[in-house]
Design a protein around this ligand. Sequence first.
Ligand SMILES: [Cu+2]
Length: 173
Amino acid sequence: MRLRRLRKYLLTGMLLAGGGVAGFLTARTALAPPQERTLTITARKYGYDPSVLHVNRGDRVRIRLVAKDVTHGFYLEGYDLDAKARPENDTFWLRHPSAREKYHEVEQIEFVAGRTGKFRYRCSTTCGYMHPFMQGELIVSPNYLFSTSVGLSVGLVAGMLLFFRRAAVGGRS
Ligand SMILES: [Cu+2]
């Protein structure tokens, strides 16, 4: 009897661990549900607020760049994106530098955070003598935590179902 109970606990534990591992592996193949994120960044001489942005891989990121004093830029390394915002203006100028594009007017600065890591962004419009120091950082996380917790809950539910089903069967005999 004792041995049986021990086996049940062992099985539940294994299911829990299995669920966690499965969730972790799912995250590695980037199946985490993407989110829409709108980030408002205030740009003024000579900095961005906030200067560190956090998103998860796969998120659709919309940058609302608000220039407070003069025209400021937003050149994001690793994402081939360069934008400009003018004070009191609802539209932006955008270009993809690798395509040698000229700036064109857009309603939104948008991109999908498809690459994990830290990416620097900086002002790409000369806005004053401290302009080269105007920069920030985008951190794209792989979203492991979310998937691991989903996996854990699936494992937990499976373990509990099995546990109670067995308990019911055991009670009848
Ligand atoms: Cu600037």
